[in-house]
Write a protein that binds this ligand. Sequence first.
Ligand SMILES: [Zn+2]
Length: 281
Amino acid sequence: MRTIIVDAGHGGPDSGAKGLESTEAAINLQVSLKLAKALREAFPDRKILETRTTSALPGYLSNAVAANRYRAEWANKMGGDLFIALHCNAAGRKPGGWYTQRVVGQVARTRYVKKGKKRVKQTYYVNNYENVWVENNTRGTETYIWAVGKNEQKVSAVKNNDDYYNEEEDSNEELKMPDPNDPAEKARMLIYAQHYFRKSYSLATLVEKEFIASGRTSRGVQQRNHKGIWVLQATGMPSILVEMGFISNRDEEAYMLSEPGQAEIVQGIVNAVKIYVERLG
Ligand SMILES: [Zn+2]
């Protein structure tokens, strides 16, 4: 392995998911700069390349979809042996939390129905509500790899889960998913399955293990093939996409914005890459 590509997700007009204090694009960039520096120190003989080092989209493009194609093409052109994308997750209605209404009792009201001699008094009840704060508690890390040949039904079931959304979906609407009937794409997917899947899975598992060791909540290795991780299959190399935490959770956003939090995330990924490289021999 000679060249590692570090890819800070989003950028420029594509902010990614929003937190209370920051955006995904900003956190991804901060951590990616530190990760690239740490990888250079850990692997002085290897080339460490970044898809972007500024707040702009890679290649200074103005379109998020074009930028995602650029990320993959650039990584391939640079002869990358490993692709590590950094992202933040989001869930729930709003970052931080939101108010909802809870019934705390009922109040009696009266009204008169009918007219003249038939007029009668009626009692009815209305609900008494109280505003209740719902903290956005979804938390944890996830590392994605491209799911080769995963059946589409399973994937759409995951996408329809209300509790979970991923803002990548929107910005990638125009990206074409690999067509399993196209011979060229079929061949490419076969190469991915034979050469890169196992390695990607192995590194993803190591990254999540490191996160667990540093006390994080791990949601594990996720194998999916939705558009948010399109870039993984477009790179001809083992590739992972690390969701470092939920920017929609105030604690995890604060952690990802903090010096110690960023250092811990970086150290975890570097440790995982070290073990991965040793195993490759
Ligand atoms: Zn993202």
